[in-house]
Unconditional design. Structure first.
Length: 249
């Protein structure tokens, strides 16, 4: 992967070294902080152990494990996450992760843009552009995400209205921005649920509070981006137009 030095935007400005490594797409912020504290990061040949140590990224040379680093090429991926796969770089219980699906792709470090829990499926974004990713996940942006959800039972109009009105669970008010009954069988139904915020296990908790068990949960859109025909377990690069359409910062 080609490495290039950043130019212009950081000239003369000093930022914490962990923040710089994260912004450059070298690793995540938490990984950068851990690497600095472990003595793996240098500035102009001198080891630095304070993640907040200010550096001028335009004029000083940074290194990781003795190898010079600079901003890496930005990468933006869409992946169709299968059920049972963990969205994590590593799992203490040895379960398969989304990174196993990217193992032979010769890609730089990428971080997930938002989350899908282990039992959920569908559209997941990954990127090493931390500013772009933060704009998508920022709650104040209210970016719509659409899910197709199979539930046990047959939600009636009252249940759908309750999903829109919201259900209080502890400190959280859980609600959908839009909900539609897609189809119903004798024992289960499929709903289309749109969220413009994403609390932990939001849809599962909302439906459980209304007495419905979620059987399947598939994310099909993030903002204007759709899952489309991307096969389960497969990934693709986003086009420049798709990246721009999702950019909020």
């Amino acid at each position: 992967m080609t490495h290039v030095r950043q130019s212009g935007s950081q000239g003369g400005k000093r930022h914490g070294i962990a923040r710089v490594l994260s912004k450059w797409g070298v690793c995540s912020r938490s990984q950068a902080e851990a690497a600095v504290r472990a003595g793996r990061v240098g500035v102009d040949g001198r080891v630095v152990r304070d993640p907040e140590h200010p550096v001028d990224a335009e004029r000083q040379q940074l290194s990781l494990d003795g190898v010079a680093v600079a901003a890496v090429q930005r990468v933006y991926l869409a992946l169709n996450k299968p059920r049972g796969i963990v969205v994590s770089a590593a799992d203490e219980r040895g379960r398969d992760t989304v990174y196993d699906l990217l193992r032979d792709a010769d890609l730089p470090w990428l971080g997930p843009v938002g989350r899908l829990d282990k039992a959920s499926e569908g559209l997941l974004l990954l990127s090493n552009d931390s500013v772009w990713a933060a704009g998508i996940t920022e709650p104040s942006m209210h970016l719509d995400k659409t899910y197709h959800v199979q539930v046990a039972g047959q939600p009636d109009a009252g249940a759908l209205a309750a999903m829109l009105a919201g259900v209080r669970e502890g400190a959280d008010l859980l609600k959908a921005r839009k909900v539609e009954l897609l189809r119903a069988g004798e024992k289960n139904a499929w709903l289309e649920v749109v969220l413009d915020e994403g609390r932990n296990r939001h849809i599962r908790r909302l439906l459980a509070a209304l007495g419905f068990e979620v059987l399947r949960l598939v994310r099909v859109t993030i903002g204007p981006l759709t899952l489309g025909e991307l096969a389960k377990g497969q990934w693709r690069h986003l086009s420049a137009a798709e990246v721009a359409a999702l950019r909020t910062r």
